[in-house]
Design a binder for this molecule. Structure first.
Ligand SMILES: Cc1ncc(COP(=O)(O)O)c(C=O)c1O
Length: 431
């Protein structure tokens, strides 16, 4: 069955962020992917800095007057990528000391870095506390004591925020969060006790709230509802500690279209809902001076990245066509459907060279691993392909390489390229 809509999504994404030349060759930042594949080998990740900057600026403008942006490094931790967002004005949200180091390497000042994640070990905490991190988000009681101990070891008063897992009251309207068991953060029901426990630690200074309600949110209404709820939680923390909050981190989770039928997040609708939230903030003397921050990852890097794989064989098997490529789930678990999907749906795929003359047909695109899970697309509408041709997986800039089982079957790591100003730089060499 041909997925015509998915092909429309691929075409729309190419028209928005990339281009095709008169020979039908897909270009990133003006550079033909055929040449990049030749020069740097395949498989290959290519990121377009101009798309990242454009995406960042559009979001920054939509949020202006309400929230600042800290880039969530886990989406794509390559320091060259972090640097692009830092140059645009973003801080960084990290989930390990290695991500802290990557952000520092990218030039982010330590005080602009936030650390979240449910299991922060003593060594990680020592590294970031010694390095002068801006804020650590506490997710459980044991961790609170470990952070306090790290502060004492380094003679530092550590700025912390409480990550809260919202209660059932957060359900309703457009919101689908709250009331569920979670390893992340303190349950809202236990919030007051957690606040008191943090306040009792001499080495900790409670400065804020952290709420992360979920990923891949495509509806402005849902995000606005979550953020409004977060402001309510922030007000409760401020009242309990009896002083103004300094930060209110409302999380990331802004989504991008991956599948047929996905509508892109409407930034205009988001913007339209912000005056009400800003008014709530301004009206509360304990919140009015707080720095509100969002920490998106996927939204900023996803659209800018393309995974390029070369066709090794085209096999007809009992009425189905399989295109076997050198790229697969070892580099791009998400596209194979094994990261966060219950039923596999196809990412938008395109042939790198497509003059538009040939009728697309539903094509299974598989990788080189010895498992049927290694399937980049089940039925992508693609023109006829042959050995040596190139396939592009779009929306691949976030949760690609570093969210994949790169050690499985011991293939070499692919190169990562950053395209900017008409030049491609290998920001991770192949192998
Ligand atoms: C605490 C935290 N912040 C930010 C993010 C980034 O999410 P997204 O890429 O959906 O914006 C995540 C993703 O898991 C997260 O756990």
């Amino acid at each position: 069955m041909t997925q015509a809509v998915s092909s429309d999504l691929a075409a729309a994404l190419i028209a928005k962020n990339f281009s095709r030349d008169e020979a039908g060759i897909l270009r990133v930042g003006g550079l033909p992917l055929t040449e990049l594949a030749e020069d740097f080998g395949t498989p290959l990740f290519v990121y377009d800095a101009a798309t990242m900057r454009r995406t960042y600026r559009a979001l920054r403008d939509a949020l202006a007057g309400f929230a600042a942006i800290d880039y969530s490094v886990k989406a794509n931790p390559n320091p060259a990528v972090i640097r692009v967002f830092h140059e645009e004005g973003a801080g960084a949200e990290i989930a390990s000391s290695a991500e802290f180091d990557a952000a520092i390497e990218a030039g982010v000042p330590p005080e602009r870095i936030l650390f979240a994640g449910p299991g922060k070990g003593a060594a990680d905490l020592d590294r970031v506390v010694a390095g002068g991190i801006g804020e650590i988000h506490l997710e459980n009681r044991e961790e609170m004591f470990r952070v306090a101990a790290a502060g004492e070891r380094h003679g530092v008063m550590v700025r912390v925020a409480l990550r809260i897992n919202p209660g059932a009251a957060a359900q309703g309207g457009a919101m689908r969060m709250g009331g569920k068991p979670s390893p992340f953060g303190f349950d809202e029901e236990a919030m007051d006790a957690a606040i008191d426990a943090v306040e009792a630690q001499a080495a900790l200074r409670l400065v804020g709230l952290h709420l992360f309600a979920g990923t891949q949110g495509l509806k402005a209404e849902t995000l606005l509802g979550q953020w409004a709820y977060g402001l309510g939680l922030a007000a409760r923390i401020a009242r309990r500690i009896g002083r103004p909050l300094e930060t209110i981190d409302l999380g990331g989770g802004l989504g991008i279209p991956y599948f047929s039928g996905d509508a892109a997040l409407d930034l205009g609708a988001l913007r339209a809902g912000l005056p009400e939230l800003t008014a709530t903030l301004r009206a509360d003397p304990l919140l009015a001076g707080a720095r509100v921050v969002l920490e998106p990852g996927r939204y900023l890097t996803g659209p800018a990245g393309i995974y390029v794989a070369r066709v090794l064989a085209v096999k007809a098997s009992r009425g189905s066509r399989f295109v076997i490529t050198d790229g697969g789930m070892h580099h791009h678990l998400a596209a194979s459907g094994n990261l966060g999907q219950i039923v596999k749906r196809d990412f938008p795929l395109a042939a790198v060279v497509d003059g538009g003359g040939a009728e697309p047909a539903a094509t299974a695109v598989v990788g080189p691993l010895c498992t049927p899970l290694d399937m980049l697309a089940r039925a992508a509408p693609l023109p006829p392909l042959a050995e040596g041709d190139l396939v592009a997986v779009l929306q691949s800039g976030a949760y690609g390489l570093t969210a994949s089982p790169t050690g499985f079957l011991s293939h070499p790591m692919p190169a990562e390229l950053l395209v900017e100003g008409g030049r491609a730089t290998a920001i991770r060499p192949r192998g």
